[in-house]
Design a protein around this ligand. Sequence first.
Ligand code: 6R9
Length: 648
Amino acid sequence: MSHTSSIPASAYHKHPLLMSAERLQVMRDYARQDPEAFWLEQAQRIHWHRKPTKAFRGSFDGDVSIKWYEDGLLNASVCCIDRHLTARGDQVALISHREGRENAEKLTYCMLHERVCRLANALTDLGVEKGQRVAICLPMISESVVAMLACARVGAIHVVLFGGFSAEGIADRLHDSGAVLVITASEAKRGSKSVPFKQTMDEALLKAGKDSTVHSVLVVRTSEAAVPMLPGRDYDFHDFVDSFEPDFIPVVMPAEAPLFMLYTSGSPGKPKAVVHTTGGYMAWAAYTMGMVYTQHPGDVLWCTADVAWITGHTSVVYGPLANGGTTMISDSLPNAPHPGRWLDLVDEYKVTMLFTSPTAVRAMMADGDEVAAAHSLESLRLLGVAGEPISSDVWLWYHDTIGRKRCPVADTWWQTETAGIVLGPVPGAQALKPGSASTPLPGLELVIADQKGQIQQNMAEGSLCIARSWPGQARTIWRDHDRFCKTYFSMVPGFYFTGDGARRDEDGYYWITGRMDDVINVAGHRLGTAEVEDALATDHRLVESAAVGVPHPVKGQALVVFVISRKDAVTQLTEAGIKTLVSDTLGRYATPEDVYIVPDLPRTRSGKIVRRLLRKIASGEVDNFGDLSTLTDQDIVRTICNFVQDKK
Ligand code: 6R9
């Protein structure tokens, strides 16, 4: 809420390496006056085999063409590893904590180099060539970081797939991306549960059948449990990889060569892979992470995101390593085996910067203040969040109880498509407003458009758009440039439309109001309601369905589905059956919180389902539905309300 007063930068200890307010202003002015020079200067944060002489070339109009640093040549793994070997080869680059194992694995830059090179040799031996796609589906273990960097080293495009996807979801993505090789694990532990990575991958490959382009599967054995291996296709990761040479000459890539693609839910329909390229992305990862999470000597950055999301790519792997920092990963849960587990790890590994999701903060808050009070948390100097809106009370709890009022909280707004932080405070250089994602980083020009697409000045509320390109901007949707143009550039012609609504206040601070399309955000995971409805439509006992997001105290939003059952169906639909159908088709993360089997749905005269009403009803409202006169059948609202109330 904007009425919470702001906290001045002077409220915190000013580390000598932090940027001053004056310097930040100089950067903003420079970026505005000479963007070309500004972005060429930011590109110096990374290592180039041939330095670029141009920054941006392209346009948001018509066929949308985006190119950055076009004549530059580089390799992303060199930016993240080789360039640090002389100055800090023995510094820890990666701390990998595994629940249930005594000591975390600590890889120095030299060790990381060795592992990445061995895998790069192994990939080459298996025939992986530059430009080909390699799918990575791993838990949060060191091999996931090594795998991404090894792909980068050989010039292959990595496609990291979330371990929570269903076999069908994985099969679709393998098919769409045309992946030739898969790197996966035998299983993963999530608290007391085992997640069968290899089994799901086998099912996915079986579904893909003869259409599959995958010729090899590397399997990291994460436990003693037996795992079926298909001779000629499956390889034990370490048995195979560890015998290769620990050196590999990086494949030098043009700046605009794709580095990775990442699937994300969008509007409408099926998930799409956004494509990020090497030069712009690397410079952008180094810049955005350097501005907000500046690495000071001795810093340990723990970003708790899964590597399968953009936050994992930029804030766990590429950003901190490009900046020569120490990054930490862990496969633990925030409150298992006991509440406060993540705080134990903050103390144990002397984490200085903790970057997590509002959902995790709310979960910690629900554990009670005593849990936080029982920890030292003295190592922390900066806290951060991203992925979903954080309310001012949760922000203040994080700030006061975890950060002990000593650590600034950086609420950063960004997207898979932006690849790095767009809105976020520069710690030490500006005031913080609890619940606001602050202001754009220098070089970014954000605008708010009204319903007609008119750009609004000063204080305003509307669609959040970006006026000019930035180096980390997604270049296209894999094999569907048309969809890319339509999704992001047709709403407000000439501008990138983010899909989010926002309000800009009197100080130019932005307050995100939420998605404006049919994307919902469950515990920081993007989910398209149309994806859920498509999954449900495969059951022919169902006439129609509507999926909506409703507020949830911990997850931010929860998925609720309404379905109409076919009257003549031989077997009856059940709520449990519907939940299983969604989780089998999309993945466990998409399991609906509630399912209501109803006789009909509220519709307008033109037949459109009125989701606004369903959202209200599912949130427990029983009246205040506003004007219902446009509905074909007003009684249905009362009928559905009764269904929901009966269940509660
Ligand atoms: C980084 C990431 C992007 C969507 C985005 C928005 C929501 C992200 C936010 C936020 C409010 C923040 N979002 N950060 N909403 N405040 N600080 O999460 O990428 O998974 O692509 O999600 O998440 O709705 O459009 P991604």
